[in-house]
Design a binder for this molecule. Structure first.
Ligand code: CMX
Length: 133
């Protein structure tokens, strides 16, 4: 696979609104998109930092995997997403190399991207996402 850059870093928060003053007022970043991803049960807020984005993830209900994460581990870094030209090929290659997949195939994510996750138990404890434009 060819990974070109870190597409985004996902950060789990209880409330996007509560954290906007830090990202905008302290770091001086601009929130350019807020979007709900029904499939993932999250509301997302995006900030650009060069080529990479920060994605705040707020659970939309208590069954969201992000709600479970916050309950167990608290707010904080949730995943790292790598940009690649072909998510399905990257997933297949990772699986062939012994990494357990969460997604066998790419699926729709925020910002019109196709996304697919690798299980954190097989990636040194970091939930890892591949993204394709
Ligand atoms: N990073 C690192 N480890 C994580 C993790 C994360 N984000 N989320 C869960 N884990 C760990 C747990 O701590 C747990 O470890 P222990 O067994 O040592 O306690 C283990 O993984 C299993 O986790 P769990 O709490 O039992 O939770 P689930 O198995 O129900 O779900 C996971 C874990 C990663 C499979 C699930 O969160 C998932 O499918 N994630 C992919 C989808 C996703 O995260 N969507 C939200 C973002 C969408 C977007 O970016 O738009």
């Amino acid at each position: 696979m060819e990974i070109t850059h870190i597409e985004h870093i996902g950060i789990a928060v209880k409330s996007i609104e509560e954290h906007l003053p830090y990202y905008e007022g302290v770091l001086g970043l601009k929130c350019y998109n807020i979007e709900t991803v029904e499939d993932q049960k999250v509301k997302t807020a995006f900030f650009k930092v060069g080529q990479t984005k920060i994605e705040l993830l707020e659970p939309t209900d208590e069954t969201s995997t992000v709600a479970k994460f916050i309950e167990k581990r608290g707010e904080g870094i949730h995943h790292i997403a790598y940009a690649t030209s072909n998510v399905n090929e990257a997933l297949a290659e990772a699986e062939a190399k012994g990494i357990r997949l969460i997604d066998k195939q790419g699926r729709p994510g925020a910002e019109g991207l196709t996304i697919g996750f690798l299980h954190p138990k097989f990636t040194g404890g970091v939930l890892t996402e591949f993204c394709e434009e």
